[in-house]
Ligand binder design. Structure first.
Ligand code: GDP
Ligand code: MN
Length: 380
C-alpha cells in the first residue's frame, strides 16, 4: 500500500522526525489562500503515488510576488506518469544548504532490510545509483539486533560537518527504522533529507510503502489506503475477498488457490498464450464468489475465453457448479467458458453442470488446450 507524501509526512512526524508544516489543497484558490497566510511563500507539491514529481514540474517553489494561483492551477491540471494530480500539499518553504538521502528498504536480493544513506541526495539520486553506486552506502540490518549504530555513527561522522548533525542524523535513522518496523513497511524513504540554513535536518519529502500482507494486523493503517492506487477491478475483487491481479493477456482465469493459479498461468504461457489475470477465489465454498469473479472478468474487453480451474479440497465442486449456474443466469457470458473440475464432490458438480448442458474437464492440460483453441476461434 502506497502512501501520499502528506500521509508519509504525518507518520514521520509521529515518529519524531522533523518535517515542514503543510496543508492539503484540492483546488487552486485554497492553495493560494494557504500561501497568502504564510506571507506569500511556500512550496506547492503534487500529491501522486509516484516519484519524480520535481522533474515533471509537479513541485513549485513560490516566492513573494509569484502567482500562486496560476502555479497551483497548472499543477492541479497535470498528469504525472499517468497519475492525475488531484491534490496539492502546500508546505512552508525551507532554505536548503545541502540534500542527503536516507531510506530503509526490504532488499530481496540481500534477504534483509537495509538502511541506505547518501550525501548526494535530491532529484538525481537514481542517476547517481546507476553511475556512481559507491556514493550510496548500504547498511544491512540484523532483524534481531537492529541497526548497527556503531557503523552508522562512523558514516554520519564523516558525512556531516559537525558532531551535532551526525547526532541528529543518527536519531533520524533510529526513528526511520522504528517506523519501518512498527508499521510493517517495505519502504520508508526521505529524499531530500535537507540541511537547512538554520543548521538542522528536515525531511523535505517522504515516501512510505506498507506491506499489504501486514494490514490485517494493523487496522489503524487502513485510514491511509488510497483508492487511487487500485483499479476498479482490484477494488471490487478485494470487496468480494478475491485475490486479483491484471496481467494483460486474453485468457481469463478463475482458480482456487494461489499456487494453482500461478501454475495455471505458467501452463497457459507454456501453450503459447497469455493469461488476462491472476484470480484466486480462495479455499472456501462460496457460490457468490464465482459470480463476482465472472462479473470482473466480463468487464475486460480483452478477454476472449475463460478458464475456470478448480481443484476441490475444502472447496466443494458442487458449490462451484452452483455458482457457475447462478452466474450464467445473471450475467451475459459472451465468450467461450471452459471448466476443469476435480476433487471434493466433483461428480455431483459435474452432474449439476451437465444438467445445464455444460461440460467440465478433469485433465488440466486438456482444458488449457481447449480454452486456447476457443480463444483463437473467437478472435484469430
Ligand atoms: P520528488 O521530485 O517527487 O522527489 O519531489 P521532492 O519533494 O523531493 O521535491 C523535489 C525537489 O524540490 C527537492 O529535491 C528539493 O530540491 C526541492 N524542494 C522541495 N521542497 C523544497 C523547499 O522547501 N525549499 C527548497 N528550496 N527546495 C525544495
Ligand atoms: Mn523527493
Amino acid at each position: 500500500m502506497k502512501l501520499f507524501e502528506y500521509q508519509s509526512a504525518s507518520l514521520l512526524s509521529e515518529y519524531g522526525i522533523p518535517v515542514p508544516h503543510g496543508e492539503i489543497a484540492r483546488d487552486p484558490a485554497t492553495a493560494a489562500e494557504i500561501i497568502g497566510r504564510h506571507g506569500g511563500t511556500g512550496v506547492l507539491k503534487a500529491q501522486v503515488l509516484t516519484g519524480g514529481r520535481g522533474k515533471a514540474g509537479g513541485v513549485k517553489l513560490i516566492r513573494v510576488g509569484d502567482d500562486a494561483l496560476k502555479a497551483a492551477t497548472a499543477i492541479l491540471g497535470m498528469t504525472i506518469k499517468e497519475n492525475p494530480v488531484n491534490a496539492l500539499y502546500v508546505t512552508e518553504m525551507t532554505e536548503i544548504k545541502k540534500e542527503y538521502y536516507i531510506s530503509v528498504v526490504v532488499d530481496r536480493n540481500a534477504k534483509c532490510s537495509q538502511l541506505i544513506f547518501s550525501s548526494a541526495g535530491g532529484m538525481e539520486i537514481e542517476e547517481i545509483a546507476a553511475t556512481a553506486p559507491e556514493k550510496i552506502g548500504r547498511h544491512p540490518i540484523d532483524p534481531f539486533t537492529g541497526l548497527d549504530e556503531a557503523s552508522l555513527r562512523r558514516t554520519f561522522e564523516t558525512s556531516f560537518e559537525t558532531g551535532m548533525l551526525a547526532y541528529q542524523a543518527l536519531a533520524i535513522a533510529r526513528n526511520v527504522y522504528r517506523l519501518f518496523k512498527e508499521k510493517d513497511c517495505s519502504l520508508v524513504e526521505i529524499n531530500p533529507l535537507a540541511l537547512t540554513a538554520e543548521g538542522t535536518l528536515v525531511a523535505l519529502d517522504a515516501k512510505i510503502v506498507i506491506d499489504d500482507n501486514a494490514l490485517a494486523l494493523r487496522p489503524e493503517l487502513e485510514v491511509f489506503r488510497n483508492p487511487e492506487e487500485y483499479s476498479r477491478d482490484e477494488i471490487d475483487a478485494r470487496t468480494a475477498s478475491l485475490s486479483f491481479v491484471s496481467l494483460g493477456g486474453r485468457i481469463g482465469c478463475i482458480v482456487n488457490g494461489a499456487g494453482l493459479a500461478m501454475a495455471t498461468s505458467d501452463l497457459i504461457k507454456y501453450y503459447g498464450e497469455e493469461p488476462a489475470n491472476f484470480l484466486d477465489i480462495g479455499g472456501s465454498s462460496n457460490s457468490r464468489k464465482v459470480v463476482h469473479a465472472l462479473t470482473i472478468l466480463m468487464r475486460n474487453p480483452q478477454v476472449s475465453a475463460i478458464l475456470m480451474n478448480i481443484f476441490g479440497g475444502i472447496t466443494r465442486c458442487d458449490d462451484i457448479a452452483k455458482g457457475v449456474i447462478m452466474a450464467k443466469e445473471s450475467l451475459d457470458i459472451r465468450v467461450p467458458f471452459v471448466i476443469r473440475l476435480i476433487g471434493t464432490n466433483d461428480e455431483l458438480g459435474r452432474r449439476i453442470l451437465g444438467d445445464q448442458g455444460l461440460e467440465a474437464y478433469t485433465d488440466l492440460n486438456e482444458a488449457i488446450k481447449k480454452v486456447i483453441s476457443e480463444a483463437k476461434r473467437v478472435s484469430p
